[in-house]
Each structure stands twice: as structure tokens, then as C-alpha cells.
Design a protein around this ligand. Sequence first.
Ligand code: ZN
Length: 217
Amino acid sequence: MTVVLNPGHNGGNAAAPAAISRLVPAGFGQSKACDTTGAETNLNGYPEHAFNYDVTLRVRALLQARGVRVILTRNSDSGIGPCVDERARIGNQPGVAAVISIHADGGPVDGHGFHVEECTCQPAGATVAALSHALTVAEHDALVRGSGLSVSTYLGSDGYLRRSDLAGLSLATVPATFLELGNMRNDGDARLQSSPAGRQRIAQAVADGILSWLATR
Ligand code: ZN
């Protein structure tokens, strides 16, 4: 089994506004900026791109230890992009079982918790959409059980949010889900996100969700 982990944003994005603001295809006739800079914690200025990449490396190690092959959409935290359409192309390679996009949110300071995002669209038909939903539920349940984060108090419903404007989901032709692993603007979530032990706990939950979904395939 091969999965693609897609850590959001990149450490070089902030210094390359022209490159990352270039418009690229985002699915269903929409265009979006190539990439964005992401959030950071108010507590200690810990940037989302670093959180996403660190959690991704931890999830990769946990999956590889269980025999899962892992491809990343970026292999450092100091580059630019790749653009959202290129990230989608990496995920849509033959043989990929699922794509998991890894982010943290920048929400209202008094809101906290994770949410998992699903597309209202069906870019590859109903069967793949059902698999994406099952993957999203598996992630949701694993995050509730083990991440140390609550379900979001400020967005969506019970930790689920459906939207139509995420290129990573709109362009995916394989089962895909999109994780917002807490609110960086909230100091409680930020304490978990900015500590290595907190990130390991979150990563373990993300890996557990992927493994439980893979076991049904
Ligand atoms: Zn993000």
C-alpha cells in the first residue's frame, strides 16, 4: 500500500510572494493561488509550515514501521510550493491508495480543536467519494480518541466541515482527506502543536486513522 502525505505550505513561501500567488487550475473551472504561507501560533510564533512538515515526518515514520510506502509532496521545509495542482498530480499517481493533506488552522483565538474537511464535489465519481468519506471518518475518529485535540468549537459540525474550494480535494482522483490539526491562534492548541510530544501524539492519531482505513481496503 502506498499513501501520499501532503504537508501544507512551505518555509520558503513567505519570501516568494510572486511565485506563490501565480494562479493555477484548482478543479471544476476554478483557479487558485499556487500556494499560501499558512498560519502561525500567537503563543510563540511557531509557523504552520514547520508544524505540518514535522507532523508529516512523524506520520511517515509510523506508517513505514507498519510496512506502508509513503510519498511526500515536498521533501524539505525550506522550499517554495509546490503549487496546489502539482501537489494533486503527485497524489494522483498510479498505485496511490490515498492522499492525506496535513494542516493546522488560523482561527479565532477563543476557538479550539481540529476539523476534517471533505469536498462537496465528486471529482472521480461516487465510489472514490465514498472511500474519501470513509477515510475522513477514520481520521476524525482517531483524532477524537488520541490526538489530545477536541473537535472544533468554531467551525463545522462535530469536527467535520464540507467545502468546495480546496484544490487538494477538488483535483484528487484517488481517495483524499484534508486535516486541520488544531487552531494555531489558540494558546491551548498551540501548546500541543509547538511541543514535540504534542506533535507525536497528533501524528500517532493521524497514522492510526490511516492504518484503520487501509485495513478495510
Ligand atoms: Zn494550512
